[in-house]
Unconditional design. Structure first.
Length: 171
């Protein structure tokens, strides 16, 4: 029996460059990012999307995006984990993280950075998206029983949304 796995790829919301003394890992969200990330979470919630696990880059802008989305979905912060491989480890690092996800999670959200998010979307769903803008969310469905099979399985783009786009996620 083949199960359906769903992956939400989220590029972190818009970050601030205001404080030059902060390291890249410490940069916070700017005003637009603090507005867009909860809004995208509300859109997901309104359409019944509910990841069972959220994995985020440890960068402040990414984990804050993940928390803001989780709050709107009614999820506890304890359901968010961070993984250093989501911080500029390329598609290989992100795929390693995904392959290690326990199979009882049918829906997983990964929050990270460009250009890797765009590259991963294109690799996993056979799309030709040029650039995922900040706080964009792609929803990919896979017919597979194990996350360990993700490299050998082409997914279907089930939805795609950006803050400036329509309220619903459409492919």
């Amino acid at each position: 029996m083949v199960d359906r796995k769903t992956l939400y790829l989220v590029r972190h919301a818009k970050s601030s460059w205001k404080d030059a003394s902060l390291s890249d890992l410490e940069r916070p969200l700017n005003k637009r990012g603090r507005r867009n990330s909860p809004e995208m979470g509300r859109r997901l919630a309104a359409q019944g999307h509910m990841p069972g696990l959220i994995i985020s880059s440890p960068a402040n802008r990414a984990i804050t995006t993940a928390r803001n989305i989780a709050i709107e979905l009614g999820l506890d912060e304890s359901e968010i984990i961070t993984d250093d491989d989501l911080y500029f480890s390329g598609t290989t690092g992100m795929l390693d993280v995904l392959e290690a996800v326990e199979d009882h999670y049918d829906t997983v959200m990964m929050v990270g950075h460009n250009p890797t998010m765009t590259s991963l979307l294109n690799a996993l769903a056979g799309t030709d998206v040029w650039n995922m803008p900040t706080c964009a969310i792609a929803i990919i469905g896979f017919d597979m029983t194990s996350w360990a099979d993700v490299r050998g399985t082409t997914g279907d783009l089930l939805g795609y949304g950006i803050p400036k786009g329509p309220e619903s996620f459409s492919d």
